[in-house]
Design a protein around this ligand. Structure first.
Ligand SMILES: NC(=O)c1ccc[n+]([C@@H]2O[C@H](COP(=O)([O-])OP(=O)(O)OC[C@H]3O[C@@H](n4cnc5c(N)ncnc54)[C@H](OP(=O)(O)O)[C@@H]3O)[C@@H](O)[C@H]2O)c1
Length: 278
């Protein structure tokens, strides 16, 4: 029973958003380059989840990896975040929509369970709502039935997380957020996560932080370590306990992103980057 065993979480996730027809080939390439964690969503507007499944199948056939080698993560997305290509019945209640979305994801990905199932974003920006509570308990049922091993939430504020906890809801295993350096790299949410052993997944680490990539401190550390500023940012993210995502479409960048784990940064250097922009 997958849910009973400890779930190994890789130290980097390959993100599959915005790749459309290139999704199968880029997913397979990412696996060939060494990624073992794949992030997707059953949200056809931004992701081609069935294409991820085709990439996985091709990698399995070629003997690159087996399903057991992988950490697969996908998401439930509310209707306002979707276009007309819904993975569930628009008229159904939210619990039914979650069950239908999970079933569709498993079919797309050619598996009987995912490793992590994430609420793509709460229903409202202002707080944890009754709708979120209903969706979360439906997700817990999916986890209890073995269709996902772990659960997460995405695009959440500290307020969302505090209100979620106040309802007595089960603590998520993951929080996945866009990570802005100017907000202390999402300092408040990361601190909440650290206190509760929630793994913080950071996305847009490069695109949200162009000022960091240009900063003399980061440029200097990159030159010193014979690395790129992007590698310094990914290594920093791991050093402060984040699980970074990259959605690079470039084989060279895939290699560099994974190699960033070998870059040495001292505790002082990590602290300096952490307080660089906010
Ligand atoms: N939960 C959510 O709501 C949400 C929202 C957005 C994203 N995500 C997830 O996060 C994943 C990553 O998205 P992202 O927003 O971080 O953006 P991204 O798609 O990873 O884009 C990163 C940008 O950085 C470049 N890049 C990557 N590695 C590089 C390197 N070593 N050197 C220089 N440039 C490099 C890429 O260009 P090249 O392609 O040329 O390398 C690309 O332009 C998505 O695919 C998705 O899975 C989740």
């Amino acid at each position: 029973m997958p849910a009973q065993q400890p779930v190994p979480v890789p130290d980097f996730l390959y993100g599959t958003a915005w790749k459309e027809d290139r999704t199968p080939a880029l997913t397979e390439l990412a696996l060939r380059m060494g990624f073992r964690g794949i992030d997707t969503a059953n949200q056809r507007r931004h992701y081609f989840e069935a294409g991820v499944g085709h990439g996985l199948a091709s990698a399995y056939r070629a003997g690159v990896v087996t399903r057991a080698d992988l950490f697969l993560q996908t998401k439930f997305t509310y209707q306002p975040g979707q276009d007309h290509r819904l993975p569930y019945d628009a008229q159904a209640d939210l619990s039914t929509q979650v069950a239908q979305s999970v079933a569709s994801s498993l079919e797309h990905l050619g598996t009987d369970h995912v490793d992590s199932y994430v609420l793509h974003g709460p229903a409202s920006g202002s707080g944890w709502s009754d709708a979120d509570a209903e969706v979360w308990s439906a997700m817990v049922k999916e986890r209890d039935a073995g269709r996902t091993r772990l659960l997460g939430v995405s695009n959440v504020s500290l307020r969302h997380l505090e209100q979620m906890a106040a309802t007595g809801a089960e603590t998520p295993a993951f929080v996945q957020n866009r990570c802005f350096a100017r907000a202390g790299w999402d300092r408040d949410v990361r601190s909440f996560c650290r206190d509760r052993k929630i793994v913080y997944q950071g996305f847009s680490l490069l695109t949200a932080n162009p000022e960091v990539l240009r900063h003399p401190l980061v440029a200097g550390l990159a030159a010193h370590g014979k690395a790129t500023p992007a590698q310094v940012v990914f290594r920093f993210a791991q050093a402060v306990g984040m699980l970074p995502l990259t959605g690079t479409t470039d084989a060279g960048h895939m290699k560099q992103d994974l190699a960033s784990r070998d870059l040495a940064l001292s505790a002082d250097e990590v602290r300096a980057i952490e307080s660089l922009a906010g």
